[in-house]
Design a protein around this ligand. Structure first.
Ligand SMILES: [Zn+2]
Ligand SMILES: [Zn+2]
Length: 270
């Protein structure tokens, strides 16, 4: 069930230690952002590593059931320790915890925003030692053509609610002979939803309804993809065809773009 995180994965498995009389359940989460260093591993062999590296060590050790026997109590007693246990905190004497409660699959973009309690609750609601956290982030739905993009966006437009598309900071290109940017249908659906049938540039209603009765607006990248713009909700707007043409070809293009940045809170100048 647990998979070791690989660079580029959108999700990550996080171990959670069960609550005790004294302490609430605790998860292996980054303390101060993903770059925080960690002390973890065997009682006698503490290594230090960045969060994701440390997490991968724990995941690998869990999957291979790696353990070691230590002599404790002045040689009187032997104790087996599993490496998938980790230390909570950065002190060498901080307690060893383990995935005694289970593992939760989390969207990588959520990792810095969740806490131990959220993960513990997700496992409490599961009937196994594994669960998946419903994310507030939408994974990209990459589409290679305008038709596919429109169709995919239409399919999810009524179900995305308050979820935020992850988008693509660096838009991927298809491997077809003629390179085209792949676009995220979730970004299109979100931006059309936000616009609610009103052009985000001139604030007029869409000029006509499509065959499916939805208002016709086009989704435009304020900084063009070809100029290195991102395919994210911070760089996209829903506009009427007139404004869209003007944004591409108008003499007042620059002034229009500045107006958009000051009027639409969601946008971030790239
Ligand atoms: Zn308009
Ligand atoms: Zn455009």
């Amino acid at each position: 069930m647990v998979e070791v995180y690989k660079n580029g994965d959108l999700h990550v498995w996080i171990p959670v230690a069960a609550e005790t009389d004294k302490y609430p359940a605790r998860a292996f989460l980054p303390i101060n952002g993903l770059n925080e260093a960690y002390l973890h591993g065997y009682k006698a062999e503490i290594s230090e590593s960045k969060y994701l590296e440390a997490l991968c060590d724990i995941q690998n050790s869990f999957l291979s059931n790696e353990s070691k026997v230590f002599t404790v109590n002045g040689g009187k007693k032997e104790e087996r320790q599993y490496k998938a246990k980790w230390r909570h905190g950065r002190q060498k004497n901080s307690p060893l915890l383990g995935p005694t409660k289970g593992w939760v699959k989390v969207n990588l973009a959520d990792v810095e925003r969740i806490d131990d309690a959220v993960l513990a609750k997700s496992l409490d609601n599961s009937d196994s030692k594994y669960s998946e956290l419903e994310s507030s982030i939408l994974d990209p739905i990459l589409c290679g053509s305008d038709a596919e993009l429109a169709e995919q966006a239409q399919q999810i437009i009524n179900s995305i609610g308050d979820k935020i598309p992850m988008g693509q900071v660096t838009p991927k290109k298809s491997s077809a002979s003629q390179e085209v940017f792949l676009r995220d249908a979730a970004v299109v659906a979100y931006v059309l939803n936000k616009a609610g049938g009103v052009c985000e540039c001139c604030n007029e209603g869409a000029p006509f309804l499509k065959k499916n009765e939805e208002p016709f607006l086009e989704v435009h990248h304020v900084k063009h993809l070809a100029d290195g713009g991102s395919d994210t909700i911070q760089n996209t707007i829903a506009v009427c065809p007139n404004c869209h043409r003007e944004l591409h070809y108008g003499a007042g293009q620059q002034a229009l773009i500045e107006k958009l940045y000051s009027n639409i809170e969601r946008l971030i100048c790239e």
